[in-house]
Structures are given as structure tokens and as C-alpha cells.
Design a binder for this molecule. Sequence first.
Ligand code: MG
Ligand code: MG
Length: 269
Amino acid sequence: MVELKTDASIDAMYEAGQVVARALTAVREAAAVGVSLLELDGLAHGVLREAGATSPFLGYRPSFAPTPFPAVICASVNDAIVHGIPTAYRLRDGDLVSIDFGAQLNGWAGDSAISFTVGTARPADLRLIETAERALAAGIEAAVVGNRVGDIAHAIGSVCRAAGYGVPAGFGGHGIGRRMHEDPPVPNEGRPGRGLRLRRGMVLAIEPMLIAGGGDGYHEAADGWTLMTDDGSRSAHVEHTVAVTGDGPRVLTERCAAPAARFDVPSAG
Ligand code: MG
Ligand code: MG
């Protein structure tokens, strides 16, 4: 069952989305060689507390999970795709980090993810991240009234495949509202013109996941949560919460308040 949100509800979801945006901006600014994943988790937790928001991740236990999720961020490093549990691991030069984060504010959820490099970036990682961001942008562009879920999926998958990257099947985006995960599922690959028709008031989390090696295979790490690439290649994951409105897609987790320089892709030199 897909719930359509009123304009007022979408405005309230924007407030939740902006807590997510602030936390991800803070995490990215703090992430540096020697900083631990647990420290980044603590930082994001502080942003939640300051905003009077709560975490939809902490204690979350979907059917596949052996244990409740123990943190407020997912931190997936290098060959981890998504759902990485923050540990005492300290970031190393050249790491590729994906941070996924959600907030619940005044009863509404927001969900977003970023990928970035730490220290000296590998050119291949920058290309992977740039492609993930292009796939996300293409998916958002397709989130318009009258299109179908398959159009979003096709837009995302086309960008990933054209660049030669793998797309892990079985994980993707979702409807979002009072709960973080609602109907409909929003796959990262699909056929255009198929699936549920998009209507004004639908709010979707759109989240491409890319595998650099080009294969689609993944497996669970020993912690029962982290998804790892089968070929050991690196992965990127980016996500926004997007409302389908009468004026086109509205990105509720847009990060606009940060200094622009922090968002430039670092030079590979
Ligand atoms: Mg997410
Ligand atoms: Mg999500």
C-alpha cells in the first residue's frame, strides 16, 4: 500500500531530511585519515540529539538481520556495499567510504547516503562515485508524475551499466514516510514503462549501489549485516529522499548549507 503525502507532510519530511543532510555534511567534514567509524557514528548521533530527532537505524532488525543494528550510521568501507556496522576501524589513506544515515523527526523519516574518499583518492574511486551520483541524478529526474517505478529503475541501471559497473540485485530504494521503509520498492535496474505509476505525493528513497568490478555478486560478512562485493572490488552507494510533486521531484535530503569547497571532488593528483 503506497501512502500519498500532503504538501504539509512533505514539508515536515523536508525538516527530517535536513537533519539527515546536516549529519552527513558533518560526518563528511570530520572523516579523515585516523578517524574511527565509531567516532563518525558519535558525531551523527550528536546531530540527532541536537535536532530532537531519533534514529530509525538504531535497533532496526529486518528479517535478514541476526541482531538489532547497533548504530545510527551505516559505514561501508571499500569492498563493503551497504549496511556496514561502525567499528573502531580507523580510516586509512585512500579509503572509499559510504555513509548511510536516517533521522526520524516529528513522526517523519528521512534517509540519505553519501560516498567519498579519504586522503589521497584513487582516480578509479572518483569515477565510481561520480557515476553513482549521476545514476542518482538520473533516478531523481525520472521521479515525475506519470512516470512509473520502472522508469526510475531503468534510469539508474542504465547509467551504472554504461559505465561498466555491477549492480547488486535485491537491494535498492523504497517508499518512505512515517516509517523508513514503505512501499513501493524502487529497484536499481528495471524496464522502462513498467511498475507502479508515480503520483503526486509519493515519497521515495532512491539509492544506487555500484560495484566497481562489474559483477553483481555480493555476500554477507561474518557480522550478518555488511554486504560485501564477491570480487573484492570497491563499491559506492548514494541516496536521497525525493518527493514526487506537481512541480517535479523535490529532494528532501538536499545538502545545501555546507561550504561548496567541501563538495568538490578532490583532485586525483
Ligand atoms: Mg539509507
Ligand atoms: Mg534507504
